[in-house]
Design a protein. Structure first.
Length: 483
């Protein structure tokens, strides 16, 4: 039970914990204050009644010496009747030196024997005792004073004071104290709510800003104008975010420069690769041209050879375009792009291109609330086409390619392209995005490298993984457009 309560408290928000702490402290303080006030009132009221009663009974004892000595019953009864008219006096009893009742013995209040016995044996000048009488348990303050003459006891006076009014007064004061405590508690809770809001509001701002910065928005700023620790933290936080933004820009520039240098450094490798790639097509074109110019070649063969020239020319054009796309800087446009719309517009083109590779089924699943991104539609279209064609080549001659969009936990936009092909081993996966790396007999090995360049130019990320059911999956995530 206690562990469950502790776990529940640990799961509460900071605001709830602060409110509960304030309320608990106020409640305990109010309870202690009320108890102390109650006991002080009770003690003071009872002390006042005892003091006033003792003075009254002592005065009565001094004034009844002669009537007791003379057994003047009428005077004593007159004293009794006069005192009983007072609101809080419930009985008055006069006794002689033999403890015989002289007056007031016909009272309705039954005095407990132990109270009477204590009064008879007491040698105190004033004896005060309390007892409850009747079905309702009325509290009575019994005060007895001996009548002394030259130090010798000649009688006694016993007066009973009802404490009903005193208890009623105490009860009224308790009710008033509880109401005051309730108002204090309500006021304390109101103050606690205001204080916790003042304390937790900057914390909430910090959490929101840190979440946005973790999502890549380093332009986030916290506006807290207070001169306290929160204001100082906000100022430090803003300076940190600005410093991170400057560092990110510097790193981005450095990486771009390094990428360009890597491209230039790869020109030697590119030249060798290009020479190898264009050697065979040029040889085929040259041989085909010789056949065409030979006057003895039949027309049908010339037509077939002409088609060879066209095919090899297309291959050369493809090689040249790959090299140009890789070598030139990615100067992209920046407009709002709906990736779902981009996929829908190009789906027919993809299906046609995949059909040329074999019996390949293309399936598309689009996320309904996919956020838009800032980017260049032409570059994004080129990257997606490249990935779909690669997936189709892996899945051929019979297989499937799936394209799916999704939204990440950070509300960014994602696209995954999966195939049902044989997959890749670890060594191939490690080098898949490197320039000029390929496992195909034909091609420059620049396709995935170009795709990665396009994705990174959009501040996105690209990953490659094996599917449990077989084949590979490429996942791209782009930061959502911030309004």
């Amino acid at each position: 039970m206690i562990r469950a309560m502790i776990h529940y408290l640990e799961c509460l928000s900071l605001r709830s914990k602060l409110i509960l702490s304030f309320v608990f402290v106020i409640l305990i303080a109010t309870l202690i204050s009320s108890l102390i006030t109650y006991y002080q009132w009770k003690r003071d009221f009872y002390a006042q009644v005892r003091e006033e009663g003792s003075v009254l009974v002592q005065t009565l004892a001094q004034g009844s010496v002669d009537p007791i000595l003379r057994h003047d019953f009428s005077t004593l009864e007159e004293y009794v009747n006069t005192l009983l008219k007072k609101e809080n006096i419930v009985y008055v009893i006069f006794t002689d030196r033999h403890d015989h009742v002289l007056a007031g013995g016909d009272q309705e209040i039954a005095i407990p024997p132990e109270v009477i016995k204590q009064g008879l044996s007491s040698r105190q000048p004033v004896l005060v005792q309390n007892f409850r009488s009747g079905e309702r348990g009325m509290l009575i303050n019994d005060i007895s004073v001996p009548v002394l003459i030259d130090g010798k006891k000649w009688g006694a006076v016993r007066v009973g004071f009802s404490l009903v009014n005193v208890e009623r007064e105490i009860y009224s004061n308790i009710v008033f104290a509880l109401l005051s405590a309730g108002l204090s508690l309500a006021g304390g809770i109101a103050v606690a709510l205001v204080l916790t809001r003042i304390i937790t509001k900057p914390v909430t701002r910090f959490i929101g800003s840190m979440r946005r910065i973790s999502q890549g928005d380093l332009s986030e700023k916290i506006e807290i104008a207070s001169p306290d620790e929160f204001g100082q933290m906000a100022d430090s936080f803003n300076r940190m975010a600005h410093s991170l933004q400057e560092s990110q820009e510097a790193l981005r520039t450095t990486f771009a420069e390094l990428a360009e240098k890597q491209k230039l450094a790869a020109l030697g490798e590119l030249s060798a690769r290009v020479a190898h790639e264009i050697k065979n097509p040029l040889g085929i074109i040259r041989g085909s041209a010789q056949i065409i110019v030979d006057g003895k070649t039949p027309l049908a063969i010339k037509e077939e050879v002409g088609r060879f020239i066209i095919e090899e020319t297309d291959k050369l054009n493809h090689i040249v375009m790959d090299i140009l796309n890789y070598a030139q800087p990615q100067n992209r446009a920046s407009v709002l792009v709906d990736i779902n719309r981009l996929i829908t517009d190009n789906r027919a083109l993809w299906e046609k291109a995949l059909a040329e590779k074999g019996t390949i089924v293309l399936s598309v699943a689009l996320h309904a609330d996919l956020p838009q991104i800032h980017g260049d539609p032409n570059l994004l279209q080129r990257a997606l086409l490249n990935l779909v064609m690669n997936a189709g080549e892996a899945a051929q001659p019979e297989g499937s390619v799936s394209v799916e969009t999704f939204s990440t936990e950070g509300a960014d936009a994602g696209v995954s392209i999966a195939d049902s092909g044989p997959g890749m081993d670890d060594a191939t996966m490690e080098k898949a995005f490197e320039p000029f790396f390929t496992t195909k007999k034909q091609g420059t090995g620049l396709g995935l490298s170009i795709v990665r360049s396009i994705v990174e130019s959009h501040n996105g990320s690209i990953t490659l993984e094996r599917r449990a059911e077989g084949g590979m999956k490429v996942t791209i995530v782009f930061p959502a457009a911030r309004t």
